[in-house]
Design a protein around this ligand. Structure first.
Ligand code: SGN
Ligand code: CA
Length: 534
């Protein structure tokens, strides 16, 4: 076999390198904030149409069982870029941490393997990004109107336009001017559809004629679920979902009840738009007081203090209905801009003939409640927020199409991208590469049969207790801890909306035992020493 060691002419080597480069796919990773499958038509039962997001799924794959490891922005992002659970990457919650950017991350490994790496939009990990050839990031949660971006030199610059449009423009511009001799990965991280759901002015009237259907379990009384009883994320509670900040109902002519943060966000609009914005929500507010004159007194600065049960005010059914419709309409408006902009980026890639060699991923940092259990926000390990939308359009060579049922998690993205880029996946990465699923290889009996979850941010806004747990294809076991100690078990086949905690029910004794065993096994596998956390 000596012959094969003969010197290969330089030209052949260069051609070989070029061919290899071309084989390595580009990756366009689009991640929104708080977007949820119930607001995406390709997932079915949607409240709205999302034709562009659906297009990705139609031409590629849709993950039916896609989950996060920790349902909160910063932690979810840290899990995604490290491929590790929160206790390993160190960023367990939004409120107390700084992401340690000196650790191993997927963008760094991609960069070292010759990929150009870029990040545009929400970062939310407090420290400066590392591992990116280029970045422009929002401040913290970012701003919807004429947003500021932190530049690589540390300065902050304001850009004209609606945030979702601006981020897309920047992403297209970076791709357009990249070094074409190298493959690339770009992270396009939107602020939308995060609270407080400020729409693009061109969509301000959109969905106003639509009445959104409440989920069947909207009036859940959380019986048998102590942590759920103690949350502060209920649509009907104006302590949780604020009438002024969230529902944009105030006394027209007296905006004293509005929070400085909200007014500050709206004031970022240019004068004409600002005027149009207030004119629109003035009319919404007038309508509210016409219907519910008794609410007037609540909208004074003193009104804010009124708490009949010492803390939370639950509105009557009619006011709650009104709040729900406002919530859904504004969320849908913001999501429409996401759909448009994902379509715009997708069309750009298509026009440039890049799709054959590009993986396009659309996902969110977690799911969200659109009234299920009576809630908004996320955090809980219940389905709507444990889930995150995930659709992909695959490059040539990846044959799978349609729905994928296997349970995947956001810690899987890092090893997937690395494997696609031909990079050896480091042993300490905890996620599994999705490549076998994307290639359509048989995985029956080989794929994971449970996922692990751990949420830490308590005490904090929305008051969701700390908890960890596992989910299998059929069951879910959760332990809420810290200032409570309660267990929950769900049979997702019999009770997909998780209304009946069957923990301790003798009919499930065997399942319960097995689930405890599996939980211990996963905590050992992922090295999560919960005893130290409790
Ligand atoms: C903000 C929001 C919360 C939200 C967290 C975390 N409040 O604090 O409603 O749960 O972000 O969201 S707001 O008054 O500032 O809008 S996350 O997606 O970034 O984790
Ligand atoms: Ca989020």
């Amino acid at each position: 076999m000596k012959a094969s060691l003969t010197v290969i002419p330089m030209l052949t080597l260069a051609a070989h390198a070029m061919a290899q480069t071309q084989q390595r796919p580009n990756i366009v990773y689009i991640m929104t904030d708080d977007h949820t499958a119930q607001m995406m038509s390709c997932y079915g039962n949607s409240h709205m149409q999302t034709p562009n997001l659906d297009r990705i799924a139609q031409e590629g794959v849709l993950f039916r069982n896609s989950f996060v490891a920790n349902s909160l922005s910063g932690p979810s992002r840290a899990c995604m870029i490290t491929g590790k659970h929160s206790h390993k990457n160190g960023f367990t919650n939004n409120e107390h941490g700084v992401f340690d950017g000196s650790q191993q991350t997927m963008p760094k490994l991609m960069q070292a393997a010759g990929y150009q790496t870029a990040l545009i939009g929400k970062w939310h990990l407090v420290s400066q990004p590392t591992g990116f050839d280029y970045y422009e990031i929002l401040h913290g949660q970012g701003e919807y109107y004429n947003p500021n971006f932190i530049q690589m030199d540390g300065s902050s610059k304001r850009f004209d336009g609606y945030c979702t449009d601006v981020i897309t423009d920047k992403a297209i511009n970076w791709i357009e001017h990249r070094d074409e001799s190298k493959p690339f990965i770009i992270f396009v991280h939107h602020k939308a559809c995060h609270r407080d759901w400020l729409p693009d002015m061109k969509y301000i009237r959109e969905f106003e004629g639509q009445t959104f259907e409440k989920p069947a379990n909207f009036n859940d009384n959380w019986e048998g679920r102590v942590a759920a009883q103690q949350q502060e994320m209920s649509v009907s509670s104006s302590f949780d979902m604020d009438l002024a900040y969230d529902n944009k109902a105030y006394l027209p002519g007296d905006k004293t009840r509005l929070s400085g943060a909200y007014v500050g966000n709206v004031n970022r609009l240019k004068p004409n738009d600002r005027q149009a914005y207030w004119a629109f929500y003035d009319s919404i507010s007038c309508d509210f007081y016409r219907r519910f004159p008794e609410m007037r007194e609540r909208m004074t600065p003193q009104g804010l203090q009124v708490n009949k049960d010492g803390k939370r005010i639950y509105e009557n059914e009619a006011v709650t209905d009104w709040k729900f419709q406002r919530y859904m309409r504004d969320y849908a408006k913001v999501t429409k801009s996401v759909d448009d902009n994902v379509g715009r980026l997708f069309d750009y890639l298509k026009e440039k003939g890049m799709l054959d060699n590009t993986l396009v991923v659309y996902t969110s940092d977690q799911g969200f409640y659109m009234g299920e259990h009576g809630w908004f926000d996320k955090r809980f390990m219940y389905e709507e927020s444990l889930n995150t939308p995930l659709v992909m359009r695959l490059p040539d060579g990846y044959k799978r199409r349609g729905e994928i049922q296997e349970m995947v998690q956001n810690i899987d993205y890092a090893p997937t991208f690395l494997e696609m880029a031909g990079v050896k996946v480091p042993g300490d990465i905890q996620g599994e590469s999705l490549v076998p699923l994307l290639k359509g290889e048989k995985t029956i009996g080989k794929w994971r049969d449970a996922i692990y979850y751990h949420f830490y941010e308590y005490p904090a806004e929305h008051s969701v207790k700390r908890h960890y747990g596992i989910r299998t294809n059929r069951y879910k076991l959760i332990h809420f801890y810290n200032d409570i100690d309660t267990w929950e078990l769900y049979d997702l086949k019999e009770d997909p909306s998780e209304m009946h905690n069957v923990y301790g029910n003798p009919a499930y004794a065997k399942v319960q035992k097995e689930m405890h065993k599996k939980l211990k096994m996963l905590q050992k596998k992922y090295d999560d020493d919960v005893e130290a956390t409790l």
